[in-house]
Design a protein around this ligand. Structure first.
Ligand code: SPV
Ligand code: MG
Length: 271
């Protein structure tokens, strides 16, 4: 499940998700900015570190394009590995990137060989061989077709990717399903079925080759919908007297903040 903060990551963990997607889109939205390489690596890395400090499930970090070329990516991998992530996703777009799901966005891809160099750099940069390097192809997002997406993904496997993320903005699962059916490499796939939610987990499992599903932006969208509702209600009613059932009790926020630990420490150390 996507997260943009330690709090949203904690809620994802409590809901039972296997991992947290440290999403670039979500963090950009949190700053009220487009997801177009405007939020810096250090901003995203700080958020990722803060998530790691408050959660115990694996973090899949969204490195966008790697914040530059293969040398920038090498540095990013070292930093994110030190931050404690379990997996990293790097996409084959040019830097600065354009967010994937926007209609008629400028979607430019780097050359296949250049991206292979990035995967090689990512592999060499990691110290722990269990750090999962996920190569993401945006060929379908860029409208380059299934053959280009398959040939790029195969080339990224040759370069050493542990998994392949194939992204699509079709409103139906057919494009991704065609990719999955045609995929013959011994490397599992990752999908982000945001624009094709008809692809539910039962359908994903039945395809057999998908090792990870990312709910890409549902945390920030849920937060926006909930805040908008409550804010409108308070404006409409001229007070907060009707929203108690719509919002979490303050005690629930205390629990998420671990106020009990604070109280125990006060008791133990304040003299
Ligand atoms: C993100 O959540 O930042 C992603 C998924 O990369 S998407 O926004 O669909 O490209
Ligand atoms: Mg992203």
């Amino acid at each position: 499940m996507a997260a943009h903060s330690p709090l949203s990551a904690l809620l994802a963990q409590e809901a039972g998700f296997d991992g947290v997607w440290a999403s670039g889109f979500e963090l950009s939205a949190l700053y009220g900015l487009p997801d177009a390489s405007l939020v810096t690596m250090s901003q995203h890395l700080d958020m990722t570190r803060a998530i790691a400090a408050r959660t115990s499930i694996p973090i899949v970090a969204d490195l966008d394009t790697g914040f530059g070329n293969a040398v920038n990516l090498f540095h990013a991998i070292e930093e994110y590995e030190r931050a404690g992530v379990a997996a990293l996703v790097v996409e084959d777009k040019t830097f600065p990137k354009m967010t994937s799901l926007v209609t008629d966005g400028r979607q430019e891809l780097v050359r296949t060989a250049e991206f292979q160099g990035k995967i090689a750099a990512a592999r060499d940069a990691r110290k722990n061989p269990d750090l999962v390097i996920i190569a993401r192809t945006e060929a379908l997002i860029a409208g380059l077709g299934l053959d280009e997406a398959l040939s790029r993904a195969a080339a990224y496997v040759v370069a050493g990717a542990d998994m392949i993320l194939v992204h699509s903005k079709r409103k139906t699962p057919d494009e991704v399903e065609s990719f999955v059916r045609a995929w013959t490499q011994p490397v599992p796939l990752v999908i982000v079925p945001t624009s094709y939610p008809a692809m539910d987990e039962a359908r994903i499992r039945s395809l057999g080759k998908i090792g990870m599903t990312i709910y890409g932006n549902h945390a920030v969208r849920a937060a926006v919908a909930a805040m908008r509702d409550v804010f409108a209600r308070i404006r409409r009613d001229g007070g907060a007297h009707q929203v108690q059932d719509l919002i979490a009790p303050v005690e629930e926020i205390f629990r998420l903040q671990r106020m009990d630990e604070l109280a125990a420490r006060e008791k133990a150390y304040l003299r």
